[in-house]
Write a protein that binds this ligand. Structure first.
Ligand SMILES: [Zn+2]
Length: 408
């Protein structure tokens, strides 16, 4: 694994794959001065940080520098009130704008994640990411009106979100904290508590987004929460009403599988499920739960499936975040933008890696070399090889986001 990011490979990657023109187009938002005041940071081997870089709108210079320096990572920072390179000349130098960003990482799910832990990730735990994107994407749109949202695979076990609306970029630290706090239900010891008589509409919407996700039933079953008596007894502890809980315990004992227990919970507690059962008149509709246990399933689902945000990433205007299309040093995976509604279909072992892309490139290059010996006087000029590789659809997703974001 040590040579995933060797210099030659990285140089080839920056030369042929990293979409530097798109990145600068995005970060300018049609305003060259905005781009001139943006911080870029290159992170080199041994964690050396070259901060406060800026390339103006000279995409060729940005590209040349990338190929020359071959940074392990590119971070994107804030837009300042002056060009970052001249920060020493300005006493009032400060961050004024940046995209609103979110970071969701599977390590924050370790206390409930039964398939993997730490740095490991598999398709089973990726379901949390699919649910997180579905849920946050909806809340960011419906509760804040944000239109320009990009979701980017972090390269290993998480997802970053960039919100690029002008209103989001202009938020100060307090505003960012307020949004992050609103969207964060579970952090540290903060737990979902639905023992209040009224439920905030945000929780209702979040619950509905999770429950209508194709990933929620597989998640519940694959994580084994309802498999063994020992685990489902813990789940049912959340049912406030003692007699009602005992009734569920006895029903759970009689049911032969986790799937049947999950179906019982939905029939018993999920309003949508109950409405559809009532209208189908199948006679299968149990009596509603007692008032003090009404929100048991909602609390369980939100506690175990609601996105867990790393709030610190969101709250600071000047926080650095990895650029899309960087290569993860441990996995070799490219941090590719993903369409919000396709995160659930992602196959982690099929996402682009630097090794795979360089292999695709050498096939293209040798084909071109063969072709040009055949037609000697043909000089095709600079060719965009990435367009013929498996990276192409991800650059298209990126460009579609940029087109919307720069139009505003
Ligand atoms: Zn897993």
């Amino acid at each position: 694994m040590a040579d995933i990011l060797n210099e030659t490979r990285l140089k080839d990657y920056y030369k042929h794959f990293y979409p530097y023109k798109s990145v600068l187009k995005w970060l300018s938002y049609n305003n060259p001065e905005y781009l001139r005041n943006r911080e870029f940071a290159f992170i080199l081997e041994n964690d050396v940080h070259l901060r406060y870089l800026n390339f103006g709108d000279a995409s060729d210079q940005f590209h040349k520098e990338l190929v020359k320096v071959a940074p392990q990572k590119i971070d994107l920072g804030a837009v300042y009130n002056h060009c970052p390179k001249t920060r020493h000349q300005h006493k009032d130098f400060k961050a004024v704008e940046r995209e609103l960003v979110f970071d969701i990482d599977l390590t924050d799910y370790d206390e409930i994640r039964n398939c993997c832990s730490g740095a490991s990730v598999c398709q089973k735990c990726w379901r949390w990411m699919a649910i997180a994107v579905r849920c946050l994407d909806k809340l960011l749109e419906d509760h804040f009106g944000f239109q320009h949202r990009m979701w980017v695979f972090s390269g290993r076990r998480g997802i970053h979100c960039w919100v690029a609306d002008a209103e989001a970029r202009a938020l100060d630290n307090q505003g960012r904290s307020a949004v992050a706090e609103y969207l964060s239900l579970i952090a540290g010891t903060k737990k979902v508590n639905l023992k209040t008589p009224t439920i905030h509409p945000m929780l209702v919407d979040a619950y509905e987004a999770v429950m209508t996700s194709e990933d929620i039933t597989p998640l519940v079953l694959e994580q084994g929460w309802l498999d063994e008596e020992e685990s489902w007894m813990k789940v049912l502890e959340g049912v406030e009403d003692r007699a009602f809980r005992d009734q569920l315990i006895s029903q759970f004992h009689d049911l032969a599988s986790a799937d049947l227990r999950w179906k019982l919970l939905k029939r018993q507690f999920d309003e949508t499920e109950r409405k559809s059962l009532a209208s189908s008149r199948s006679g299968n509709l149990p009596k509603p739960p007692p008032a003090n246990s009404k929100y048991f399933l909602m609390a369980f689902i939100l506690q175990n499936a609601y996105p867990r945000l790393d709030v610190n990433v969101s709250t600071g205007t000047n926080h650095l975040l990895k650029s899309p299309f960087c290569v993860h040093p441990k996995t070799g995976n490219v941090a590719v933008p993903l369409k919000a509604n396709e995160v659930g279909n992602v196959k982690l072992d099929q996402l682009p890696t630097i090794g795979g892309l360089i292999d695709e490139l050498s096939v293209l290059l040798s084909k071109d070399a063969a072709d040009s010996t055949e037609k000697e006087n043909d000089s095709p000029g600079r060719k965009l090889y990435y367009k013929h590789t498996s990276l192409a659809p991800y650059v298209e997703t990126f460009d579609a986001f940029i087109d919307g974001a720069v139009r505003g």
